[in-house]
Design a protein around this ligand. Structure first.
Ligand SMILES: Cc1ncc(COP(=O)(O)O)c(C=O)c1O
Length: 394
């Protein structure tokens, strides 16, 4: 087991980092570790060397093996999971069969990811159900405050909650376990959008007891780009219809479960799925609790320093208690001073070679900084100095 004694230090050895660039948007598109890329290229080489052998004899067992590793990592039975290219595909799949009718409603909040909102708006238009978006307003001081909003806003017609486990624009960890319990008490289902959660948070799907979950493995888990999964709880298996009609399994394989339909979905590159075990291996070299608290401490440092020097506030406060109780994980989200910061992201790139998202949300701008193992305090200080300089000279 490799130790992570010092959260201030960078641990870049697993990555070939982009030269002269400070890459602080792992939350949008993760950098892939070297061993994972090597593993992916091996799968691609096998595929290219003999496509017949690869697709007919190697793909299915490798797909099942990769799914089993992912299922163990996520604390669920492999039969509840199927790979897909990304969370967007998984969400489209769930929306394609989730039963809705006029008089029922799908409830989202204003921090949900834009594409997810579009998916459910369309599904509601198609079925005659109501699409309703509620506001989680600032200041946000605790998870309980968010739960109270849902207690007030849920109605008998609410059929489905769509919840990010960690929100995209604001990097807030929502209390999805408590909200799932609340929804189930009120006979509603829960679909969780979790691409930021993998690795960043100790996700155990069986404990969460949600109905549906989808995520991308190419963010924090750092699998090759083009890898996600759909989780369907057992009580829904009979109602799933395949997202795309293809062979599912190559003949003479029989289709026995919903996930069998998702194995063979046409002649394509399956290597991102098959390299998921390699990505899990990269991080299981560490104690995962230490890894989580190390990256969280780095995010805490960025929040504190940036907000102090800019004279603003982090988007959510620190909560007492263990990491699993926190309102944020490895992304530091900090309000920028009042003003128009629409050009700041471009300036940070053009002048400083820093990739970091500047987000316009609730009529203000915020900066969202991703903190993964490969950077430490020195890199974060470079960012903080650059942001403060550009904010002063604007
Ligand atoms: C909360 C959330 N949901 C869904 C997505 C979509 O992920 P992907 O583009 O991998 O499908 C993102 C991407 O950033 C996200 O942040």
């Amino acid at each position: 087991m490799k130790s992570l004694e010092n959260w201030q230090t960078a641990y870049p050895e697993d990555w070939d980092l982009p030269a002269d660039v400070l890459y602080l948007n792992h939350g949008a598109f993760g950098l892939t570790p070297r061993d994972v890329l090597v593993d992916q290229r091996q799968w691609q080489a096998r595929n290219i060397a003999n496509p017949m052998d690869f697709y007919l004899r190697q793909l299915e067992p490798a797909w099942w093996h990769a799914r089993e590793r992912l299922a163990q990592f996520l604390g669920t039975d492999a039969n509840n999971l199927a790979f897909c290219t990304c969370a967007t595909t998984g969400m489209n799949h769930i929306a394609s069969f989730f039963p809705l009718q006029p008089g029922q409603e799908v409830l989202l909040n204003n921090h949900e990811y834009g594409a997810v909102k579009k998916i459910w708006k369309r599904r509601c238009e198609q079925t005659g159900a109501l699409y309703r978006e509620i506001e989680i307003p600032f200041p946000i001081s605790s998870s309980e405050q968010i739960i109270h909003i849902y207690e007030k806003e849920m109605r008998p017609e609410t059929r489905l909650l769509i919840l990010s486990q960690i929100t995209s624009p604001t990097a807030i960890i929502l209390p999805v376990a408590e909200l799932t319990d609340l929804a189930h008490r009120r006979s509603a289902a829960v679909c969780i959008d979790g691409p930021h959660t993998l690795l960043q948070y100790p996700l155990q799907l069986e404990e969460l007891r949600c109905d549906f979950y989808t995520a991308s493995c190419h963010k924090w888990l750092s699998a090759p780009l083009g890898c996600g999964f759909t989780y369907i709880a057992p009580q829904w298996h009979e109602q799933v219809s395949p997202f795309e009609i293809s062979w599912g399994r190559l003949p003479p394989g029989e289709l026995k479960s919903w996930s069998d339909h998702q194995i063979w979905v046409g002649t394509r590159d399956y290597s991102p799925y098959l390299s998921v075990p390699a990505a899990i291996d990269v991080f299981q070299k560490y104690n995962l609790n230490d890894l989580r608290s190390r990256n969280h401490q780095l995010a805490q440092y960025v929040r504190n320093e940036l907000s102090q020097r800019l004279g603003t506030e982090p988007v959510v406060p620190d909560q007492p208690g263990p990491y699993s109780n926190a309102l944020y994980g490895w992304m530091a989200a900090v309000w920028l001073p009042e003003g128009d910061w629409s050009l700041l992201q471009k300036k940070l790139w053009d002048i400083e070679r820093i990739e970091v998202p500047i987000v316009h949300f609730a009529n203000r701008y915020l900066i969202r900084v991703s903190c993964h193992l490969y950077y430490g305090v020195d890199e974060m200080n470079r960012l903080i100095d650059a942001v403060c300089k550009l904010c002063r000279t604007a």
